[in-house]
Design a protein around this ligand. Structure first.
Ligand code: KDG
Ligand code: MG
Length: 405
């Protein structure tokens, strides 16, 4: 069998997605997600100019060799653009292998380790009351874990809240340049623990709670926050601090028992190696799309398991249904699976372009048994939604200093 043709497809069914379609000479094809939010066309160019020509004529069965060829063979290793391109190829090849075998990808990974995949939903709000009302709705629906994000009084926009938009899924700027947001660590630190205090007072301790700091604190500030949140027993505090310097997590760890999660912007195991071996984190959030695909995710997961670290792949709506399906196959297998962030596939447009094998039941993600990844892409429908340049916001402190968004 040979790879005969490859399409790099871009569409914006509510938001931009980059999809790779690898077609074999037998007619069997596979799909991969190559979306890097706000940098979509960089991956498109990398794929079209540098990856696709190297793949034509190759045997699609050789997933590992093709992965090594694109990673080691490129000399310029790592980075989100390169790794998203490699990820899309890797996912598409696993999809093809599953279709040839007539088996869902999770069977090729080693089979099911659980019945369903525990998901965490997003409860957000402009006020604590609104956030807690939304938390209550998710608890009623059967969710076992929920992320809480609340607007911070005195800051116009706060990450994770809706702002003026109605649909969380569509949170993608339609301005021609990056929108700017304000951040104040003291305003945040003085407010955020109240959200969790009230959540526990109202709903008790059965529901698992998660919070995303989005890398806005220094390690010692994260340590303080972790300590303040200890009475409210979080499942984890996410991105408490950037980990460009992995040693920083030792400072947080030395001061708090609040579990820590990180990894959504990681691209390879090297971004997490010290965090793993020093056991300074509890959950690793590397995504199949941004971490080079299913092949490295499985290896990283096995490595992390040796240090009691669980997997909680990034599940934001800017990952396409192909990535979410790849995660579902991975999660249902991974012995050290923790939890999956998943808010569903919000819009009609998206559901018309992508068909997928995922559904929700009582707080679990269920995966329909279909050969390969179980996702399809309606190319004709996708043509209706043209790509539009979009940026993630940029953040500044109140004095104008540029900060982490
Ligand atoms: O594109 C950026 C988003 O994926 C990210 O901001 C979402 O932090 C995020 C999360 O935890 O889902
Ligand atoms: Mg996050």
């Amino acid at each position: 069998m040979k790879i005969e043709h490859i399409k790099v497809l871009v569409s914006r069914p509510s938001r931009n997605f980059v999809t790779l379609k690898i077609i074999t000479d037998s007619g069997i094809y596979g799909l991969g997600d190559a979306t890097v939010n706000g940098r979509e066309m960089a991956v498109v160019a990398y794929l079209k100019e540098h990856v696709v020509p190297c793949l034509l004529g190759r045997d699609p069965h050789q997933i590992e060799d093709i992965w090594q060829y694109l990673y080691k063979g490129a000399y310029w290793r790592r980075g989100p653009i390169t790794m998203a391109a490699i990820a899309a190829v890797d996912m598409a090849l696993w999809d093809i292998k599953g279709k040839i075998a007539g088996l869902p990808v999770y069977q090729l990974l080693g089979g099911k380790s659980r019945k369903g995949i525990t998901a965490y939903a997003h409860a957000n709000g402009a006020t604590i009351d609104e956030t807690l009302e939304n938390l209550g709705k998710f608890i009623k629906q059967g969710f076992k874990a929920v992320r809480l994000q609340c607007a911070i009084p005195g800051l116009e926009d706060t990450y994770g809240t809706l702002g003026k938009k109605k649909d969380y899924f569509e949170l993608q700027s339609d301005r021609p340049l990056p929108p700017e947001q304000l951040w104040s660590t003291s305003k945040y630190m003085n407010f955020i623990t109240e959200l969790f205090k009230q959540a526990r007072a109202e709903y008790g301790y059965d529901i698992q709670l998660v919070h995303d700091v989005h890398s806005r604190l220094t390690p010692i500030e994260s340590a303080q926050l972790g300590k303040l949140l200890e009475p409210y027993k979080l499942m984890f505090l996410e991105d408490a601090s950037p980990a460009d310097n992995q040693d920083g997590y030792q400072i947080i760890r030395n001061h708090t028992t609040t579990p820590l999660a990180i990894g959504e912007i990681f691209n390879t195991v090297w971004d997490a190696k010290d965090l793993i071996t020093n056991q300074t984190i509890d959950y690793l959030r590397i995504a199949a799309t941004h971490g080079g695909g299913i092949t490295p995710l499985k290896k990283i997961s096995d490595f992390a398991a040796m240090y009691n670290i669980r997997m909680a792949p990034h599940g934001a709506p800017d990952l396409s249904p192909i990535c979410h399906a790849a995660h579902a196959h991975f999660n249902i297998w991974a012995p050290n699976f923790g939890v999956q962030e998943f808010i569903g596939f919000g819009t009609e447009a998206l559901n018309k372009v992508f068909s997928h094998p995922l559904s929700f039941d009582n707080g679990y993600i269920l995966l329909e048994d279909k050969p390969g990844l179980g996702v399809d892409y309606n190319e004709e429908e996708a043509l209706k939604y043209e790509y539009k340049r979009s940026y993630l916001p940029v953040t500044r402190l109140e004095d104008g200093t540029l900060w982490y968004w």
